[in-house]
Design a protein around this ligand. Structure first.
Ligand code: SAH
Length: 224
């Protein structure tokens, strides 16, 4: 039976469009089948304004209001694959920058638990309503400044940052458990590099620089 929420709108067309998108992302080098499966499963058109729904399966970032964008599918898949590489799952995830909630929906079934943080209340509320329909039991959304809060030392196995930072904040390292991994776009306003920062079991930090990306910058404080 068709699912009125997740099958609705573009229906079968969107399923085929997602298949094509996944094929394209694989051709572009995303190798992790678990990440590609999520691209196939999550109806991205639900996460953008109805007026943009017909463009939801293009490999491009799209505006979601409040000066923010839903991330480009390639980047979502790539970050997910980098976070998964060599691991059984993502463990306990902290996502900084919920935005539309699209990447949250991609990550959630690959994780043991997810805390996702958004500083713009209107986006937080919208993502909360939409993500509730997915019934991820282990997902918690927070209206908060992700550069401020963060929780206990060693609380997370994976930290995914979806807004640009000039450097990886010390606080993100503090919340990471041994063996944990941070994926963040690091750089200036114009462009950044995806940085993978890993804390090996001996507590040493290993940093790898990956693709060039473009994200909106992270900001401090809360917005209504
Ligand atoms: N992955 C999201 C990307 C959203 S854009 C998606 O696919 O929709 C980045 C988001 O990070 C924006 O919603 C922005 O408001 C949020 N953000 C920026 N700085 C933040 C901070 N300090 N704390 C929490 N969220 C932040």
């Amino acid at each position: 039976m068709a699912d009125p929420v997740h099958g609705g709108g573009l229906g079968m067309t969107s399923q085929r469009a997602r298949e094509r998108l996944a094929v394209r992302l694989r051709e572009q080098g995303v190798e992790d089948e678990r990440a590609l499966d999520r691209i196939r499963s999550v109806p991205r058109h639900l996460f953008v304004d109805e007026a943009l729904a017909s463009r939801a399966y293009e490999d491009t970032a799209l505006p979601i209001g409040h000066g923010q964008t839903i991330s480009q599918p390639y980047v979502v898949a790539r970050m997910t694959a980098l976070a998964l590489r060599g691991r059984r799952d993502l463990g306990r995830v902290l996502e900084v920058g919920t935005g539309s909630g699209y990447q949250t929906a991609v990550l959630a079934p690959l994780a043991i638990a997810v805390d996702s943080v958004e500083r713009i209340r209107a986006l937080y509320e919208r993502a909360r309503r939409l993500l509730a329909t997915f019934r991820f039991a282990h997902l918690k959304l927070h209206y908060a400044d992700g550069l401020e809060i963060l929780g206990d030392a060693g609380a997370y196995d994976t930290v995914v940052v979806t807004a640009a930072v000039a450097s990886v904040p010390e606080a993100f390292r503090d919340v990471l458990a041994p063996g944990g991994r941070i994926i963040a776009p690091v750089g200036g306003d114009e462009r950044q590099r995806l940085v993978v920062l890993e804390r090996d079991p001996q507590g040493r930090w290993i940093e790898r620089r990956q693709d060039e990306v473009f994200f909106v910058r992270s900001l401090r404080g809360l917005e209504p």
